[in-house]
Design a protein around this ligand. Structure first.
Ligand code: ATP
Length: 565
């Protein structure tokens, strides 16, 4: 497939905001894509080279991209820089300079999708002496052969700023539509995606041998999207919903997914980044487990034996970064409380009921790895007793689990229900993504930071919708730090997948997730979330570095919170 065809489709997508129309534009493109191409096309649409756990990131900074534009088109570095200052988007500049080239290449080849991907992969993986110059050279060669529109998207892609506004749900719909003319394969595709977190692999498998999709299996070193919990606010509601259930302590640590096959061990974070290097103490114990292959999940906390207390996620990670991993692990060794087992020696456990998986959890009784504490509760009184004992131990609450439920990868379901001590006491919070920020006025002017506009996710429309302007709750330090981070991800116009009636001083790439407390949820005509939901007295609590865009609160959850569930 010609890359020009892809570029034309991207241009159409950019001008579209309706989900149905986007799906049909994408499906048309997919229909013309070969099985070899589809996986790579899907990665490009996601704006990535490979899922993050491969550790291969698109890699060319702005400076080098400018150098490549200059060397390919014959304009000086200064001219390219001035254009960037003026337009605010290097993709638009590349398009302009390629259209008005000063220097023509002698021999031009039409760009093919697979060739573009391969060159981008080479650019990302070249290393060692002289690699920067050869990255620039490879990218300039792509630009030599590019049409103006292709140049626009090549530059945005290599910088990791494609921003087409196409989310994974839309890609999943379009795959089903392209191959079978309807959405009948949507659920099977989504399950496959949730158990491997690799949409390119799912797309390729679907185009090559669709019959493999319904029986897609969990595999070591393909992390599963984490199962998520719903919340309820009392033991009575939990029993009403689940009946007899397993009640476990809810540990506030670092959620990790451990994979072992033979001698190889990897640890993935909640965002599915490979974090193995941070946890040598855990790796060693996982390696010595009596299974050839295993995948399980647990919550890691640093333990202070002297004071018999656990450190939270923030403190645990802070210690490891500040004091060095070896030092920190000697002083406060880690404990990992295992709470689910998903795969053992070739057998996929994800469809088995929790009571069977829990029997495997209970086998964990080692030094670092231990079973999470849990007990069966048959009535609300027993749930309340377990909840009180969790609070007494300084934990944040409990997780009640449906004994008959499968592992709900990537989904927030009532298979797990959390009950925290903060619920119902005016301390409810949501996790929202920052989409823009304001400059300070008055006393805030010295920090040049006046607050942020945040959004939640509407999964029916596959778009972000604003819910609050957050201007309080920040310490001076947090303001300075946040402003510094936000400046680096400023973009010239509103993100394509955001619905907003509100203006900001600066739009940003939606990627920083924060926890926001509020007094109540009201309906305003200012915000676009659902029916115009807005937070009353929103306050910044903390950054949620462990969460990505995919984990933010949804409009449906906001509705539930509003009903007081
Ligand atoms: P919160 O913001 O309430 O801490 P969250 O939004 O990070 O939760 P949820 O999916 O809503 O994530 O809550 C489940 C989280 O609780 C899991 O991600 C996991 O990290 C943690 N957890 C702690 N103890 C357990 C347990 N026993 N079983 C399952 N998850 C647990």
């Amino acid at each position: 497939m010609r890359f020009l065809k892809v570029a034309h489709t991207f241009e159409r997508l950019e001008k579209t905001s309706g989900r149905l129309e986007m799906t049909s534009i994408l499906a048309q493109l997919f229909k013309e894509t070969s099985p070899e191409e589809i996986g790579k096309l899907v990665y490009i649409l996601q704006g990535i080279l490979l899922p993050s756990y491969y550790g291969v990131d698109l890699g060319l900074g702005e400076k080098f991209v400018m150098e490549a534009i200059s060397s390919s088109t014959g304009y000086s570095r200064k001219e390219v820089e001035d254009c960037y200052k003026h337009k605010g988007d290097l993709g638009d500049c590349a398009e302009h300079f390629v259209k008005n080239r000063r220097q023509l290449s002698l021999y031009k080849e039409e760009l093919e999708l697979l060739h573009v991907y391969d060159v981008m992969y080479k650019i990302a993986t070249l290393s060692g002496a002289g690699s920067v110059q050869s990255k620039i050279k490879h990218f300039a060669e792509l630009l030599n052969n590019a049409q103006p529109l292709e140049a626009r998207y090549l530059v945005r892609y290599v910088l990791g700023r494609l921003r087409l506004g196409v989310g994974d749900p839309t890609i999943l719909d379009a795959l089903s539509l392209a191959k079978y003319g309807d959405r009948s394969w949507r659920d099977a595709l989504e399950r496959a995606y949730n158990i491997c977190a690799d949409l390119g692999l799912v797309a390729r498998t679907f185009f090559e041998s669709p019959e493999k999709i319904p029986s897609f299996k969990v595999q070591p070193f393909k992390p599963l999207m984490p199962a998520l919990a719903e919340r309820l606010s009392s033991p009575e509601e939990i029993i009403k919903k689940l009946g007899c259930c397993m009640v476990e302590m809810k540990y506030d640590g670092f959620r990790m997914q451990c994979h072992k096959q033979g001698e190889r061990v990897e640890i993935y974070s909640r965002k599915l980044e490979r974090m193995t290097h941070m946890f040598p103490d855990v790796v060693e114990e996982v390696r010595s487990l009596p299974y050839k292959e295993i995948i399980f999940e647990g919550e890691a906390l640093a333990y202070n034996e002297r004071e018999d207390r656990y450190y939270s996620f923030q403190e645990t990670m802070h210690r490891r970064r500040k004091h060095g991993i070896e030092e920190a692990s000697k002083e406060f060794p880690l404990r990992v409380f295992v709470f689910d087992v998903l795969y053992v020696d070739g057998v996929d456990f994800t469809l088995k009921p929790y009571k069977e998986r829990r029997a495997w959890v209970e086998k964990f009784s080692y030094n670092v790895l231990r079973a999470s504490f849990g007990a069966i509760a048959e009535n609300a009184r027993q749930v309340a007793k377990l909840f009180n004992s969790a609070i007494k131990k300084g934990l944040e609450g409990i997780m009640a689990k449906d004994l008959n439920a499968p592992y709900t990868a990537g989904k927030r379901k009532f298979a797990w229900i959390k009950l925290k001590k903060s619920y119902g006491k005016g301390m409810d919070t949501i996790d929202a993504v920052i989409v823009g920020y304001y400059l300070g006025r008055g006393a805030r002017a010295q920090f040049e930071f006046g607050g942020v506009l945040v959004a939640v996710y509407n999964d029916e429309k596959d778009r972000l919708e604003t819910i609050a302007k957050v201007a309080s709750g920040f310490t001076e330090e947090e303001m300075v730090e946040l402003k510094r981070q936000l400046e680096k991800i400023t973009i010239p116009k509103k993100p394509n997948n955001l619905a907003s009636n509100i203006e900001v001083d600066f739009w940003v790439e939606p990627q920083i997730v924060i926890e926001v407390a509020y007094d109540e949820i009201t309906i305003s005509h200012l915000h676009t979330a659902g029916k115009g939901y807005a937070l009353r007295f929103p306050r910044f609590i903390q950054k949620r570095e462990d969460k990505s865009l995919a984990d933010i609160t949804t409009v449906k959850e906001v509705e539930e919170l509003m009903k007081g569930k």
